[in-house]
Design a binder for this molecule. Structure first.
Ligand code: ATP
Ligand code: MG
Length: 568
């Protein structure tokens, strides 16, 4: 049969990178094992999604799109003690934001509680499950180790009738939490610890965010997951490598029960990203201990945080595409993600001017009361580029770090007697400066060449430096939040005994700048609008940005060749 392929609707120029999962699917379609591909993304609603989840989302939804299949969004909501509806809502928002659509295929493991319970009764009746009275600790002790087999529970050989009665009692809430569990009867001497009579139901006296107080028992992950996949007729169940040793158990349930399909579990390496932690437990800890004020803080590796930071969803999809899918664990450099963000924003953002550390500059030969408008292109990368008008006058502000009184060789920015280009405006030459008692420059004086309007001159003389500026009369103050990594070290896999990632918090992960000045058009930005501040980086209007109290977050620094060259 022919294999239909198409690119995802969002990224028409995306070239799917071949990987072993794709190869398996192509083969399954070619042999006719499957004619329709069904994948799923199964988050537990116990926290916000992070960039690691984005890898899984892009993989699962991406494969479904590429092979004309479907991808289900299924909440794995089997532990009511940690799960909340607000996390369900946040996850839905994040998957949508990332650009994916599950159509009507939104499911909850809790939808299957009744069916899962029926299946458990079947296992008991078949002598394949039993109620065990060992405590959680005792079960752990009996389980053995990687090198030693386990010991059978004294409750393992209860009769079917007794098991049914006790399991009914568990369901009815007759027993306290932890006093009993239902376990699959498999093999206590199996070399695979997961096969040593795993717990499949436990008692929990919690209110569930969907089923309320209906249930006093809740199914465990492995049991729920494999059956949910089978009930939804998932063809390829993709999960991270730590579940490789769970695959025999996943299959065991499928083999014992009359489920409607037999999905194939395939494992891939999880994403680890430098300078950050990824587990929801650790992210929750950062929020709860006040290291960051919220899950969507722009320094968090959560999708909500990255959204506020101004990372475009297309950049995250491209990142997922570039890192690929393999079976080898690795640490991906945060720079790659930033590279993808820069690439995307370079295509899509308007260039504007803001000065982060302003120093006044007077053009002494420019008429005092005169103002003129110069044309500024909005985005040179855009084939349909538009322009806007910028007010120019005698009094400007420029960037303090663009001035040097002792310029090194190769300095092309402001220095006494040197000519530089004011972007979009004129050539100017620095003639003198005011300094305070400590030698700090307090004001610059320059002359301009009226013949160089637009930033170029007919005589073709070379002016290598180009700097940004704002008009003193027109510029507006803005608040700028400069974000950096939350941690000072890239790799937490080698933490020493007793160390915690919290020992490596970056004290400068957020620096707030309140002296910045920007061209007035920036006040009209809407939250989420991104810009390139020329020569400084990409910035996004914060969620709390208003015209009256403008706030911009730095998305990523600029390191394109123009900035590098002109900043030498
Ligand atoms: P965490 O360890 O961060 O709490 P989790 O695996 O417990 O993550 P789930 O909500 O259970 O979180 O994950 C949903 C899906 O996302 C699973 O299929 C899981 O394998 C996948 N996933 C989670 N973290 C990563 C990661 N870092 N890289 C790739 N996939 C991931
Ligand atoms: Mg999990």
């Amino acid at each position: 049969m022919s294999i239909k392929k198409k690119t995802t609707s969002q990224d028409t120029d995306r070239q799917p990178v071949p990987n072993f999962i794709r190869a398996i699917i192509e083969d399954d379609l070619a042999t006719g094992k499957h004619t329709n591909i069904v994948t799923r993304f199964p988050p537990e609603p116990n926290g916000y999604l992070h960039i690691g989840h984005a890898k899984s989302i892009c993989l699962n939804f991406g494969l479904a799109l590429d092979f004309d299949g479907v991808c289900h969004l299924r909440f794995d909501d089997t532990d009511p003690s940690k799960e909340e509806d607000r996390y369900v809502q946040a996850i839905i928002e994040d998957v949508r934001w990332l650009g994916f659509d599950w159509h009507d295929k939104l499911f909850y493991a809790s939808d299957y509680f009744e069916q899962l319970y029926e299946y458990a009764l079947m296992l008991i009746k078949d002598g394949k499950a039993y109620v065990c009275d060992l405590s959680v600790d005792e079960i752990r002790q009996y389980r053995g180790t990687l090198t030693e087999g386990g010991k059978e529970s004294p409750y393992r050989n209860r009769s079917v009738e007794e098991n049914l009665e006790l399991f009914e009692g568990m369901k009815a809430g007759l027993y306290p939490e932890g006093s009993r569990s239902l376990r699959a009867k498999i093999d206590m001497s199996s070399p695979n610890i997961n096969m040593r009579d795993p717990v499949i139901y436990r008692i929990k006296n919690c209110t569930h965010h969907r089923t309320g107080d209906t249930w006093n028992i809740y199914p465990m992950y492995d049991y729920t997951h494999s059956i949910s996949d089978a009930l939804e007729m998932i063809t390829h169940s993709l999960c991270t490598l730590e579940f490789e040793n769970h695959r025999p158990l996943y299959n065991w349930f499928l083999e014992q029960l009359p489920v409607p399909s037999y999905p194939r579990q395939i494992e891939f390496a999880r994403l680890n990203l430098s300078y950050t932690v990824m587990s929801k437990r650790l992210l929750l800890e950062l929020v709860e201990t006040g290291v960051v004020p919220s899950w969507d803080d722009p320094r968090m590796p959560t999708l909500a945080g990255m959204r506020r930071r101004g990372f475009p969803p297309a950049a995250i999809r491209e990142f997922a595409n570039r890192i690929g899918v393999s079976k080898a664990d690795s640490l991906v450099d945060f720079d790659l993600l930033q590279f993808c963000v820069r690439e995307e924003l370079n295509k899509t953002t308007n260039r504007v001017m803001a000065v982060l550390d302003p120093i006044p500059l007077t053009i002494e030969n420019y008429p005092e009361d005169k103002f003129e408008e110069v044309d500024a292109d909005n985005n040179p990368e855009d084939p349909n580029a538009t322009t806007r008008k910028l007010s120019f006058g005698r009094e400007l502000f420029v960037e303090r770090e663009d001035v040097s009184l002792n310029p090194a060789k190769g300095w092309f920015r402001l220095a006494l007697g040197k000519e530089v280009r004011l972007k979009h405006a004129y050539y100017i030459t620095l003639t003198r400066v005011d300094q305070d008692e400590d030698g700090n420059i307090t004001r610059l004086y320059a002359t301009y060449d009226p013949e160089s309007r637009g930033g170029w001159s007919e005589d073709g003389r070379k002016v290598r430096g180009t700097i940004h500026w704002v008009s003193a009369k027109h510029a507006k103050p803005i608040k700028v939040k400069l974000y950096d990594h939350l941690f000072t070290i890239p790799d937490f896999s080698e933490l020493k005994e007793g160390e915690s990632h919290l020992d490596y918090l970056n004290p400068d992960s957020l620096v707030i700048n309140t002296k910045a000045l920007a061209e007035p058009s920036l006040l009209d930005a809407k939250p989420g609008d991104c810009f390139q501040f020329l020569r400084l980086g990409y910035f996004v209007a914060d969620d709390h940005h208003t015209k009256e109290a403008p706030v911009f977050n730095r998305v990523v620094e600029l390191r394109d060749s123009w900035a590098k060259k002109s900043r030498k």
